[in-house]
Design a protein around this ligand. Structure first.
Ligand code: AFP
Length: 337
């Protein structure tokens, strides 16, 4: 690429990038490329609504409580619908699951079905919507494993290492689409004037070690002693190991993870005495982020095992999460394990 040209002059759109990647794939049928076109479309629709949220009258809650026991925001509902509508008719997906919906979402019988299973958190970071702080969409793609006419819950309950792709769209100071198929991680920035995602962050690697820790310290009184000691250790001055680390916490996993991916360090949502399995959902939060972290050279653990090796038993299962730079995750494991 000629680096003197502005990014959007290179013409390296998300679509072109995926087409190039798929060209060398032995059994590519174009289905995967079309799946990503639809995901990108949903991201643009959600991003545009997020940008206008204060004007379009879509801030605030619907009055309902979702399967997670959380108050549903109007934008959660919009994002969920945008993803379902963008994906259900295209013939790439046979089953979907969403943070906002109790059970797997079947594809209506009058639409063709594909071989992929898509799980998503349509709008991660809902508590940040009304205050104009970054929010995002997280997605995870698996291949269908069941046979027979109807896809089954077991198609969703696959361990993370079996993902064929994972990614997120962050609605921040710019809108970015970040994804991996397991080998490399690429980031694309939306040029809103053109309506396309352009490759802006090719082959992202997480620094081996960072200098930032990210955790909700309001939960300290609920943590066990090992977690508390680990966080205190990160904050204790020690020139020999470049401590203290800086603290950063947005409260939107997508935003906290995105920073960790680019700058290194560690993000954690530990188990605590109120939430023995932590807060974050395995299938559409922890697992896709872990797939990205590993592809970028980082690591992700529950404190007991690799997130990617957890065998799911429930659609909305939660897991503790420690994710980020390899050496920072190793330090955490040493101290909390
Ligand atoms: P929602 O997707 O329901 O908004 O949840 C946000 C989230 O799951 C994740 O994005 C944050 O990292 C985490 O919750 C923040 O939780 P605390 O508010 O307890 O710190």
């Amino acid at each position: 690429m000629d680096s003197s040209l502005p990014l959007n002059m290179h013409g390296w759109t998300l679509e072109r990038h995926i087409l190039e990647e798929q060209r060398t794939h032995p059994d590519a049928t174009g289905e995967f490329t079309r799946l990503f076109q639809q995901l990108a479309l949903a991201g643009k629709i959600i991003g545009s609504r997020v940008n206008q949220a204060g004007l379009a009258g879509v801030l605030g809650v619907t009055g309902e409580v979702n399967v997670q026991g959380e108050r549903v925001q109007k934008l959660d509902v919009f994002a969920n619908q945008a993803l379902i509508h963008a994906l259900e008719a295209g013939g790439q997906v046979c089953l979907m699951a969403s943070e906002e919906v109790d059970d797997p979402i079947p594809i209506p019988t009058d639409f063709p079905r594909g071989r992929y299973v898509l799980m998503f958190d349509p709008l991660d970071g809902s508590s940040n919507i009304d205050v104009n702080v970054s929010i995002g969409t997280i997605f995870s793609v698996h291949r269908r494993i069941s046979t027979g006419d109807e896809p089954k819950l077991s198609d969703c309950l696959q361990p993370g290492f079996k993902q064929v792709a994972a990614g997120y769209i962050i609605y921040g100071s710019s809108t970015m689409f970040v994804y991996t198929t397991g080998k490399r991680v690429h980031g694309f920035t939306l040029d809103p004037s053109v309506g396309e995602f352009f490759l802006s962050h090719p082959d992202i690697k997480i620094p081996e070690r960072g200098a930032i820790y990210s955790v909700n310290e309001g939960n300290e009184s609920k943590w066990d002693a090992k977690v508390r000691d680990w966080v205190r250790w990160l904050k204790t001055p020690d020139e020999a190991i470049d401590h203290p680390y800086s603290g950063r916490y947005v409260g939107t996993l997508v935003a906290d993870f995105h920073r960790t991916l680019l700058k290194g360090g560690i993000f954690a949502y530990p188990a605590d005495n109120k939430n023995p399995d932590g807060k974050l959902r395995l299938l559409y939060e922890a697992s896709p982020m872990a797939f990205i972290a590993h592809a970028a050279g980082g690591d992700a653990t529950t404190g007991k095992q690799r997130v990617l090796d957890v065998m799911p038993t429930e659609l909305h299962q939660r897991v503790p999460l420690y994710i980020g730079s390899k050496l920072d995750v190793a330090d955490a494991l040493k101290r909390i394990g």
